[in-house]
Design a protein around this ligand. Structure first.
Ligand SMILES: Cc1cc2nc3c(=O)[nH]c(=O)nc-3n(C[C@H](O)[C@H](O)[C@H](O)COP(=O)(O)OP(=O)(O)OC[C@H]3O[C@@H](n4cnc5c(N)ncnc54)[C@H](O)[C@@H]3O)c2cc1C
Length: 413
């Protein structure tokens, strides 16, 4: 069979699976996307903060994260929690996370994350133009209320410059030049002009339209097990393919097990709340340093998101942590009141988190025809187009635009 026109089955219709299917369809392959929940209610993709973030070149596993995390564990409203439980997979994940939380790992990963993000940003812009949906290319504000926060972020800006990325440390005057639309209670911050934002629903709809236009198909079914060329669904149907791509987010764990692969991955639970008609809407998206909260204007709506709870597959909602997000947002944006959030239904999503903060992207060990694409943690939306691009190069047996060895799904054995 030639490299184009292959028959490909993608398991998972979240932002990663859809971006892969979109890129493969455009490359001339016949693609089917298998999704067990077409409403994406249980996915991590629909309610996220919609940020495209070249500024995120520091992986989740970094120095200081563990000590900060331990302090936060004591506060029920804090943005981080790890639910202790007797689970060998969790113990292994924590051990690997601790091993990678060092400066050397940050240095080793920064250039790769930069290159992945910049290519993905370019592909996001092209896609928004081709598929005609709104993407705001005005940057991201990292807002700080404390001097300590400001000093830390100024250091990040320095590192960004060393990597050739744009970052500007800003005082309040500059802040209001950039963001004339909202009152902000902060000492200052950093503006990352290359970051962008969008509404993930627009992105998802555009990808689906593009896949259908290119002749792709959608199968509403749950993949239960697989071998090298066949997926068997929960209802017993068999679907064969030349290549199978596993992009099921946190649930990829279950299918990877069929391949004898123990992917270390934990669900990183986060919440978002969307104000349907805020009185005022900021122009730029922002991250609130001290509360680790993400704020994103989406058309007339405003989304506020946060928390990282390492919690297995538990999707229950912690009211104190939700309250922590709201209080933090209102303290930075004083025109808003906690009561504005009364009666809103919170959204919850499980980020697929690897222990080194890097995605899993590559062929499954010993299974040439199976590709794994998951583990994007906090950057799945941002890195979705580049993931699609790289998977397409793998399927087409082309050399990849970037060296993928650090993303090898078998890197932890
Ligand atoms: C609060 C919050 C805010 C975030 N903000 C951002 C942000 O601003 N920018 C950013 O880049 N990232 C952000 N993220 C992270 C981002 O949302 C995730 O990285 C991304 O959605 C992961 O996408 P995915 O397609 O891998 O997984 P998912 O979205 O979980 O999709 C996987 C899909 O696979 C399906 N599936 C699984 N197993 C099977 C099976 N066996 N058969 C059939 N279907 C199956 C599932 O039903 C699901 O729909 C945020 C996350 C959270 C929680």
């Amino acid at each position: 069979m030639s490299d184009s026109g292959k028959n490909i089955l993608v398991v998972g219709g979240g932002v990663i699976g859809l971006s892969i299917a979109y890129s493969l369809s455009k490359s001339g392959h016949h693609v089917r996307v298998m999704e067990r929940d077409p409403s994406l209610t249980d996915s991590c993709s629909s309610g996220n903060a919609g940020m495209i973030v070249p500024s995120h070149f520091i992986p989740l596993a970094a120095p200081g994260v563990i000590s900060q995390g331990l302090k936060w564990m004591l506060n029920p409203k804090s943005p981080f929690f790890l639910r202790p439980r007797l689970d060998p997979a969790l113990a292994r994940w924590i051990w690997l996370f601790m091993r990678h939380s060092n400066q050397q790992h940050v240095q080793n990963s920064a250039e790769l994350l930069r290159d992945l993000s910049l290519l993905s940003r370019r592909l996001h812009l092209e896609l928004a133009e081709q598929e005609n949906f709104p993407l705001v290319d005005k940057g991201l504000l990292m807002l700080c209320q404390s001097q300590k926060g400001l000093d830390e972020e100024a250091e990040v800006a320095e590192s960004a410059h060393r990597l050739g990325l744009e970052a500007e440390v800003i005082n309040l005057t500059r802040l209001y030049e950039l963001e004339p639309n909202a009152k902000i209670n902060a000492k200052g911050g950093v503006w990352f002009p290359q970051d962008c934002h969008l509404d993930p629903s627009d992105f998802i709809q555009a990808l689906r339209r593009g896949i259908k236009k290119a002749g792709g198909e959608f199968i509403d079914a749950e993949a239960e097990n697989l071998d090298d060329s066949t997926i068997v669904t929960k209802t017993g149907e068999k679907h064969t393919a030349d290549t199978i791509v596993l992009a099921g987010g946190i649930a990829t764990l279950n299918l990877a097990r069929d391949l004898g692969l123990k992917l270390p991955m934990q669900g990183g639970k986060g919440y978002s709340l969307t104000l349907p008609k805020p009185l005022r809407n900021p122009e730029l998206c922002s991250l609130l340093k001290e509360g680790r909260v993400a704020v994103t204007p989406m058309g007339d709506q405003l989304r506020v998101a946060g928390t990282m709870e390492i919690c297995g597959k538990d999707t229950s909602i912690s009211k104190p942590r939700l309250q922590g997000i709201i209080e933090s947002f209102c303290s930075f944006y004083p025109e808003f009141r906690p009561a504005d959030f009364d009666n809103l239904t919170p959204w919850v999503g499980l980020r697929p988190c690897s222990p080194d903060g890097l995605p899993y992207l590559g062929k499954a060990p010993g299974h040439e025809k199976i590709i794994i694409a998951t583990g994007h943690a906090m950057m799945g939306l941002s890195l979705a187009p580049v993931t699609g691009h790289l998977v397409t190069q793998l399927v087409n047996n082309k050399s990849t635009s970037l060296d993928l060895s650090a993303l090898d799904p078998a890197r932890f054995g």
